[in-house]
Design a protein around this ligand. Structure first.
Ligand code: N01
Length: 534
């Protein structure tokens, strides 16, 4: 494995240019190259892995079980790779990404350390012109944005932030060499997935940890541990069935969804089911009953179950109360943790509620909130991402994508955008993406785009563009179906609520993976219905 900066030899023009060398960009490259296309990938980081390259914060780990959070396009790959733990830690996922890059010889077509600044469609030549790195211009017939859903850090503009004399970090841009908090006073802002994973570890290291919480979060214990080789062998022997089964589920994840209603079940049945899922751990908890995400009363039964667990674990009743969420469980993304609630029993951890009164300022010495200054040697912002649209809008895509999306993202299937010919987005807004197991969703998009480009080339078309009407009707469908779920009811990053000024639109498609795949397949079978080909 090597993360070299050496530039690939070929200079273009290319058949396709890809932005990002995470799991989407790597597979897209592999697929298109396999079709004989000339391809160049641009990656800002010095290595592959995308999200897993940048998110190196302490405790970073996947909340989807390792055996399912992996590529399935290569039988050899899925058979040979050995996952050491039930939930893979970030270094292990990065090792996997590097293994994939080496195994399929991907690096020779990836230009590392190179940010894409702008992308402009050349109408006369039917191709994209990208301005990259230090002003280099590169052209490609197709431009594929594999920029990730959670890759553009959200950094709130706290007053006085530049005056702070200590160290500052964002969980999504963690230094490669790691950080040692031993003996330090640390302030962490945020209590989302990144925070709940890092808090127990930072608390263990630091002299004192101050946690600034705006909204308490529901989290389910991971019960992580080493993966039994026998279990791993059994999964590998049955991979085809498991993967096929997963594709038939709402989230592209093989776990049992109990379709019974929580309201119809008896108290005893309910407790049994919740306890069973709590003991199993992780995201399947939300599949305990079929109506948890559709009925407030049902949802509150699950929420109260978790609140009781918090009270059982956290010794100080006042702290337990502060940690207890009152919103819909599963509305914000459910977290999966190891020892999160227990951390608040440590004498060196202080929880500060900033829900009613926002953080006042960052001072030269720490964080000022609720009328007092909390002195810190380091501040960790675990404040999340400008999700789904942030990374795309950072690139100056012309005609102006920023203008087009000023009232929220509009796409056709989360794959194409009217007014932007030959541009594809992998797991873009309007596709199930973040509501599913990302790897199968990425693979489905990559394969759809590759087949589409193959179709165009075979028929001699040089241009494809989503029709405005098809896009409008897809956007309306995405919006309508979002309204049927409780998931659209709280201030989550799914609706852009975490970024001040961002339009409030439920961005992912909530109709489920199978329905979405069916629609994409039908569009392709009907000669790319809803797109104009020329
Ligand atoms: O970000 P988040 P994240 N003042 O947006 C708070 C995936 N992921 O990086 O809820 C004070 O969830 C904010 O408060 P509020 C996963 O999909 C997966 O943790 O907006 N606080 C919130 O508490 C996840 O959902 C894995 O009121 C402020 C926190 O910062 C997604 O990434 C691991 C604030 C941000 O939480 C994002 O997770 C990690 C302010 N001004 C991430 N602004 C796994 O696979 C924001 N906050 C396990």
């Amino acid at each position: 494995m090597s993360n070299q900066h050496s530039k690939p030899e070929q200079t273009g023009p290319f058949d396709a240019v890809i932005v990002g060398a995470g799991f989407a960009g790597m597979y897209m490259l592999h697929r298109l190259r396999g079709m004989g296309l000339s391809v160049r990938v641009f990656e800002a980081g010095s290595g592959v892995g995308g999200t897993w390259y940048w998110n190196r914060y302490p405790g970073a780990r996947c909340d989807v079980e390792s055996m399912q959070y992996s590529y399935q396009f290569s039988e050899e790959l899925q058979q040979e790779w050995v996952w050491p733990e039930r939930y893979a830690p970030q270094p292990e996922i990065l090792r996997y990404a590097n293994h994939v890059a080496d195994r399929f010889d991907l690096r020779r077509d990836i230009q590392f350390g190179t940010r894409v600044h702008s992308a402009t469609f050349d109408e006369a030549e039917d191709r994209w012109v990208l301005e990259v790195g230090d002003g280099e211009r590169v052209t490609g017939t197709h431009c594929i944005m594999a920029t990730g859903c959670l890759s553009s850090a959200n950094m709130p503009k706290f007053a006085g932030i530049d005056s702070f004399q200590g160290e500052t970090y964002h969980t999504g841009h963690w230094p490669n060499e790691g950080v040692d908090f031993s003996g330090k006073r640390v302030a962490i802002i945020g209590t989302g997935s990144s925070a709940i994973q890092s808090i127990p570890i930072i608390a263990w290291q630091a002299a004192h940890l101050y946690v600034f919480q705006r909204t308490p979060i529901y989290t389910i214990p991971a019960h992580n541990g080493p993966l039994d080789p026998k279990y791993q062998a059994a999964v590998k022997a049955d991979y085809a069935c498991i993967r096929a089964r997963a594709k038939q589920t709402f989230g592209g994840l093989d776990f049992k969804l109990n379709m019974e209603s929580a309201l119809v079940a008896s108290e005893e049945e309910r407790q049994r089911e919740f306890e069973k899922r709590w003991a199993y751990g992780g995201l399947p908890f939300i599949g305990a009953f079929g109506d948890l995400l559709y009925d407030h009363a049902a949802n509150d039964l699950a929420a109260e179950f978790v609140r009781l667990k918090i009270r059982e674990v956290v010794h100080d009743p006042q702290v337990a109360e502060m940690l207890s969420p009152s919103n819909v469980i599963g509305c914000k993304r459910l977290c999966v943790d190891t020892g999160y609630w227990e951390t608040y029993n440590r004498p060196n951890v202080t929880l500060i509620d900033v829900s009613g009164e926002p953080i006042e300022a960052i001072t030269s010495a720490g964080v000022r909130a609720r009328g007092r200054e909390y002195a810190a040697d380091a501040i960790v912002s675990a404040t999340g991402f400008d999700a789904m649209t942030g990374a795309l809008l950072k690139i100056d895509v012309r005609q102006s994508l920023k203008e087009k999306w000023s009232e929220g993202p509009k796409t056709y299937l989360g794959l194409g955008i009217a007014g932007f010919p030959n541009l594809f987005t992998i797991t873009g807004p309007g596709s199930p993406s973040v509501l599913t197991n990302m790897l199968p969703s990425i693979e489905q998009h990559v394969e759809w785009v590759a087949d589409c480009i193959g179709y165009l080339r075979y028929r001699g078309f040089t241009r494809i563009e989503a029709q405005a009407e098809a896009e409008e009707s897809w956007v309306a469908h995405v919006r309508e179906i979002a309204g049927t779920s409780l998931r659209s009811t709280c201030s989550s990053w799914y609706i852009g609520a975490n970024v001040p000024g961002k339009p409030r639109v439920f961005m992912p498609y909530i109709g489920g993976f199978p329905a979405y795949v069916q629609k994409c397949d039908a569009v392709a079978a009907n000669r790319y219905e809803g797109f104009v080909l020329a």
